[in-house]
Design a protein around this ligand. Structure first.
Ligand SMILES: Cc1cc2nc3c(=O)[nH]c(=O)nc-3n(C[C@H](O)[C@H](O)[C@H](O)COP(=O)(O)OP(=O)(O)OC[C@H]3O[C@@H](n4cnc5c(N)ncnc54)[C@H](O)[C@@H]3O)c2cc1C
Ligand code: SF4
Length: 448
């Protein structure tokens, strides 16, 4: 991708992520034209209904087909500011392309994600002005986090003329878009370039290395009370917490990793090498487990995915499992880790307990030889800092409670969206929720 070069944030060179090939590379013009002309431009297009941001898919595809790339990009980005990364990372197989009429006829659906990427990436590389921010309203909004939810909210608020400040505790911004997505879909620097483009839309400041806390105890922290006092409104795009643990003997120590943490290191840590790791056991059955397993397999590791129930019950997408299998991942169903076995501190195996179809333990155990264990059994729920905003509440699952149509929390100055509200979905859901929140925030800020 050759959009605006990142001005302030850089992924260091020498990262494992750099060696991954793009599974769905950018189309060239001839490929895009050929694919665009297959589209039937359906009225009542089912692909639009299946997109959480309701992008007018037939219209943007028609524009590609007539050579109006800028118009295509504008159609996409006016519905979804992160149309670039969504084109690369959306699970189109279960969203727009999954609903395409071609699929119902047993034929290859239109490659909507790839066409979307082509239109946005090619257009933004030329640096045109696609949107003009309104003149300043004088209103100030604080956004906590800089993942897809907060970035989208900031971009849309800035276009309405509001002044936005994003507070991000990490040194690198972008949330999971830059630090979590599998590198064969989207690499960190690509996510940062998209973020830079959103920042260029209006009056947006991004402060990294600043954590929003309940009570400040050192530098690099700002309190919820300070944000509420110095801003007209606040948006919480906090994402989820850190990796959950198995809580089994042998888990603590070298060689056992939280999957999210290891994925982040593969994407961002210069010099990380998996020397001496020939075999890996990845524990879990969701999309993070599948990504972790697939990434390790592509790095040349022999990977076994250990899941406590059967394949049909996995929450990870079937197309992601199929892709991981093609690259050598083996699935071991109905097994649950009992203990990580070590010799002189080094991981050598995991003892597994057999389980029945419902995940209930059976008496049989076995040892799976491995050099590394990656635990992908979920993330802790929304960071509790949300409770430092008076009136904001969490539901029984630990998600930030919002009014569904406006995404306003129990505090009339605070809105929220993305993973911390929906419990962990996709980038496109974070974008859609941020858009709903901004519509309501804007009405409030304008005194309507
Ligand atoms: C491994 C993995 C792979 C994924 N792959 C895909 C994929 O292929 N396609 C897809 O569509 N979706 C994917 N997702 C899901 C997608 O990344 C998330 O749905 C999306 O990033 C949610 O955006 P968000 O803004 O709500 O949260 P996040 O992206 O998590 O961003 C939240 C940000 O808030 C910051 N923050 C939190 N608390 C504070 C605080 N107190 N002060 C300051 N900053 C704070 C965090 O540091 C973080 O940067 C994946 C998720 C994971 C875990
Ligand atoms: S359903 Fe398929 S063929 Fe119809 S408009 Fe959408 S992408 Fe084109």
């Amino acid at each position: 991708m050759t959009m605006l070069a990142p001005k302030h944030w850089q992924f260091p060179p020498g990262r494992l992520e750099e060696g991954f090939e793009d599974k769905k590379p950018l189309y060239d013009e001839a490929e895009a034209m050929a694919e665009a002309t297959r589209c039937l431009y359906c009225s009542d297009a089912p692909c639009i209904q299946a997109c959480p941001t309701t992008i007018d898919i037939p219209t943007f595809i028609r524009k590609i087909g007539t050579g109006n790339l800028k118009g295509a990009a504008r159609t996409i980005l006016s519905a979804n500011l992160l149309g670039q990364s969504c084109g690369q990372v959306c699970p189109v197989e279960v969203l727009c392309a999954g609903a395409c009429v071609y699929k119902a006829w047993g034929r290859e659906p239109i490659a909507i994600g790839r066409l979307q990427r082509y239109a946005v990436e090619t257009t933004l590389a030329q640096g045109p002005t696609l949107f003009q921010a309104r003149s300043s309203t004088g209103k100030r909004v604080a956004l906590v986090g800089s993942g897809p939810a907060s970035i989208t909210a900031a971009g849309l608020l800035a276009l309405e003329g509001h002044t936005c400040t994003l507070f991000e505790r990490q040194a690198l911004p972008g949330g999971l878009d830059s630090l979590g997505i599998a590198p064969y879909k989207l690499k960190g620097p690509e996510a940062l370039r998209e973020l830079e483009w959103v920042l260029s839309l209006g009056r947006i400041e991004l402060r990294t290395g600043v954590e929003v806390v309940e009570r400040a105890s050192g530098p690099g922290q700002v309190t919820a009370a300070e944000l509420l006092e110095s801003h007209d409104a606040v948006f919480l795009g906090l994402g989820l917490g850190v990796d959950s643990h198995l809580g089994i003997p042998g888990e603590a120590g070298e060689g056992v990793h939280g999957a999210l943490h290891l994925i982040e290191r593969i994407k961002a840590e210069p010099g990380l090498r998996l020397e001496g790791v020939r075999r890996a056991a990845v524990v879990g059955g969701g999309n993070t487990a599948l990504d972790m397993a697939h990434e390790l397999a592509l790095l040349g590791v022999k990977v076994t995915l250990v899941y406590r129930r059967s394949e049909e019950e996995m929450s990870g997408y079937a197309h992601e499992l199929a892709g991981a299998r093609l690259d050598g991942v083996r699935l071991l169903e109905n097994r649950q880790p009992l203990e990580v076995l070590r010799q002189e501190g080094k991981v050598v195996a995991v003892r597994l307990l057999a389980t029945n179809r419902d995940g209930k333990p059976l008496p049989d155990t076995e040892e799976l030889l491995t050099d590394l264990v990656a635990v992908a059994i979920g993330q802790e729920r929304a960071p509790r800092v949300s409770l430092a905003f008076p009136g904001v509440e969490l539901d029984a699952q630990g998600r930030v409670k919002v009014e569904p149509l406006t995404h306003r929390t129990g505090n009339p100055k605070v809105w929220s969206g993305g993973d911390c509200v929906n419990g962990g979905k996709e980038v496109v859901n974070a974008v859609a929720e941020a858009r709903l929140a901004v519509q309501s925030m804007h009405r409030y800020l304008m005194g309507e």
